[in-house]
Design a protein around this ligand. Structure first.
Ligand code: CDP
Length: 233
């Protein structure tokens, strides 16, 4: 039988704390290989927004379970950022508001929320050819991903990036952002279910002194190796 010479389409998991550059870098890597980029943080943000609007608090487990089971969340490619639709409405900007950002970790710690979103994320990755970023992709969502990267950077640098990106426009100071990011790290790393931890087999990449392009370049090189290896097995 003729050998299939087209390269294997692998799954790339990129995890790490807020502001480490995951989404920018993941988008660049996905573009390089013609893969689909999936921003799982946007999905948790969409759930938090829907819950805030409906007046459903993180502790209202039954209501939250019902709400999340009825939500239609879609990620669509956009010019610069991925567009996020919640029951058809474009909520791309609203899910990045301070009000939503500060409550996402509380909703993301609820088992029913995670179960539903993980199910959707695995379905999106079924065909391979994906770059997925989040907190638990390498450890839980895609434990068999051919390449796992854990992106980090100092809290100061992460706050500075967020300040340039959106913080300044939202009227936040660098100090406020540092605090917000450190608090979110704490909540994400200490929750009981799928906390933010590095997968044992993930490669750590500290981006404190790297540009997004440089970080993407390094990941693309690793991905090239993983694709070649996957093709041999
Ligand atoms: O972009 P940023 O790093 O600020 O955060 P994000 O990726 O949009 O994620 C927002 C929040 O969603 C995180 O602080 C986590 O609480 C939660 N999240 C999660 O629990 N699991 C994921 N796979 C992705 C995000």
């Amino acid at each position: 039988m003729a050998q299939d010479s087209s390269p294997r389409r692998i799954a790339i998991a990129i995890d790490g704390p807020a502001g480490a550059g995951k989404s920018t870098v993941a988008r660049l890597v996905a573009g390089r290989f013609g893969y689909v980029y999936i921003d799982t943080g946007a999905m948790y943000r969409a759930v938090a927004l829907a819950a805030l609007r409906a007046g459903v608090e993180p502790g209202m487990t039954g209501e939250l379970e019902k709400l999340v089971s009825e939500l239609d969340i879609r990620l669509e490619p956009g010019d610069v950022v991925q567009r996020v639709r919640l029951n058809g409405e474009d909520v791309t900007d609203e899910i990045r508001s301070r009000a939503v950002t500060s409550v996402v970790p509380a909703y993301a710690a609820v088992p029913a929320v995670r179960a539903r979103l993980v199910e959707l994320q695995r379905a999106m990755a079924r065909e391979g050819g994906v770059v997925m970023d989040g907190r638990d992709i390498g450890t839980h969502v895609l434990p068999d991903a051919e390449l796992k990267v854990f992106l980090t950077a100092s809290v100061q640098e992460r706050a500075r990036r967020r300040y340039e990106e959106s913080g300044r426009a939202q009227g936040m100071t660098l100090e406020m952002l540092e605090e917000e990011i450190a608090e979110r790290d704490r909540q994400d790393a200490s929750r009981e279910i799928s906390p933010l931890v590095k997968a044992e087999d993930a490669i750590v990449l500290d981006t404190t002194t790297l540009t997004a392009e440089e970080a993407a370049e390094r990941i693309a090189a690793l991905a090239g190796r993983s694709i070649a290896e996957a093709g041999r097995s």
